[in-house]
Design a protein around this ligand. Structure first.
Ligand SMILES: *Cc1c(COP(=O)(O)O)cnc(C)c1O
Length: 449
């Protein structure tokens, strides 16, 4: 199985090479050259399989013989040791809570697997890696926890000092060891720009840089598994299912679409975004205009004006979009619309959903999950024939990560999960950095050469 770049200029790589490299040299993103197709029989067997075993079977098909099956079995068993609650809200509509990992967001699913795979390959090749990652809050903590204590990997996290909550910050800054954290005065986009410039800088080449953002194919493949899991637990025989995915950089959604291309019976993906609505506009008009600067909304982890993974979606539907968002070849939009429906949800509706779900159904959502839920409600209003189909809306973070918002709307503080408790007392350590590439480069060369 080979992986090729969406920009079509770099040579194809194996899974382990693409994983360790992150972004392709031509600035494109790696995609499998063809998506393996599971038989109906293989898919039905998932109904009796534990999550970690499903993960091993599915991911094994994408990695090929580059990793022995028993090794992969052990890695997935070790990575997936937490619950995945599926909660019935009303009328065949469920919430899937992907927030029970160590940092209480769905990013743990990918980060934990990616760290284990990278460490496996680095040991084999006796190599070291310096991971650079920009975060708007949740990626930084998921990656830091997943890589903490690994001896072949050091991590540098850049975050916008004034745009993450104190709780999100403490999840990164209280770890120490091989995790180095930098707070910037700018926005998430500034952090991302510094990281991208560092990847392109030949002077830094011998630092062996890699990325843990969702441009890395190692983030996407683990994100297929929970779609199979939901279907295997909620649907009888080979009926179809609807998913609603609250989306920012579109990594979560790409996991779902790849699961469908592998054979999962999906009726529709609802892609719910906040005010950053470049995608629903593109889907309906064929014209793509990224949003610059990105718009600030309550669902802050989805404040992305130009979703990187859109290039992958366009490639999967036969088109080509470069890293800047220019469409060089149009995707088959009518095929895309068969699979995907998309809508933009504003902050007022997001807040209203949190209130309504709590008062009507006693189900607690946080702002990202509320965007997904709002998308599903809108879809069902428009397409009443969908009411017979099981629908699952993804809850991507734990409500306790957003206590200020929940308290404002509902008048109480959400209970802390074990993963978040005790964090207030821990000591923080992070460096402040000017938003300027020269300063960042000096920091890397001084500390990590
Ligand atoms: C990152 C994140 C998202 C968006 O996921 P993408 O893969 O970037 O689309 C949604 N919700 C939460 C809580 C997140 O942390």
């Amino acid at each position: 199985m080979l992986y090729h770049s969406t920009n079509k200029q770099s040579s194809p790589l194996t899974f382990s090479q693409a994983l360790l490299q992150g972004q392709a040299p031509d600035r494109g993103l790696y995609m499998p050259e063809n998506i393996p197709r599971l038989s109906d029989h293989e898919i039905k067997r998932f109904c009796r399989m534990e999550y970690h075993k499903m993960a091993s079977v599915l991911m094994g098909r994408f990695i090929g013989d580059e990793i022995p099956r028993d090794v992969l079995d052990n890695l997935t068993r070790d990575a997936y040791d937490f619950e995945i609650p599926l909660e019935l809200v009303c009328d065949k509509q469920y919430i899937m809570r992907l927030d029970r990992g160590p940092t209480a967001s769905f990013k743990d699913f990918a980060a934990r697997m990616m760290a284990r795979l990278m460490n496996h390959y680095l040991k084999r090749e006796k190599k070291r890696l310096l991971i650079l990652t920009a975060t708007s809050g949740d990626t930084g903590s998921a990656i830091s926890h997943a890589f903490l204590g690994l001896d072949r990997i050091r991590v540098v996290v850049l975050f916008p000092k004034n745009e993450v909550t104190p709780r999100q910050r403490k999840q990164m800054t209280t770890l120490g060891q091989n995790i180095h954290v930098l707070g910037l005065d700018g926005k998430f986009d500034d952090c991302q720009a510094l990281v991208k410039q560092a990847f392109a800088d030949p002077v830094l080449r011998n630092l062996n840089l890699s990325s843990a953002n969702s441009i890395n194919i190692g983030r996407l493949i683990p994100q297929m598994v929970y779609y199979f899991y939901a279907w295997s637990r909620l649907v009888k025989h080979d009926e179809k299912i609807i998913f609603s995915v609250p989306s920012g950089n579109f990594g979560d959604m790409m996991g779902g679409i790849m699961a469908m291309k592998t054979g999962l019976p999906v009726e529709k993906f609802i892609i719910a975004v906040n005010d950053n609505d470049a995608f629903p506009t593109y889907l309906n008009s064929g014209t793509y205009d990224k949003i610059e600067p990105s718009r600030n909304c309550l669902s802050s982890a989805m404040n992305v004006g130009h979703p990187s993974n859109l290039a992958r979606l366009v490639a999967l539907y036969g088109g080509m979009m470069d890293e800047k968002g220019t469409v060089h070849q149009q995707a088959d939009l009518s095929m895309m619309k068969k699979d995907i429906w998309s809508t933009s949800v504003d902050d007022e509706t997001t807040s209203q959903m949190i209130k309504e779900c709590w008062t009507k159904h006693h189900v607690l959502l946080e702002p990202h999950g509320a965007v997904g839920w709002a998308g599903l409600q809108r879809f069902r209003e428009q397409f009443t024939e969908s009411h017979n189909t099981v629908a699952v809306s993804l809850e991507t973070a734990h409500p306790a990560k957003f206590p200020e918002e929940i308290n404002r709307l509902l008048g109480f503080d959400p209970e802390l999960p074990p993963s978040l408790s005790g964090i207030e007392e821990k000591e923080e350590s992070f460096a402040a950095l000017e938003t300027n590439y020269g300063a960042f480069k000096d920091y890397l060369l001084t500390g990590f050469s």
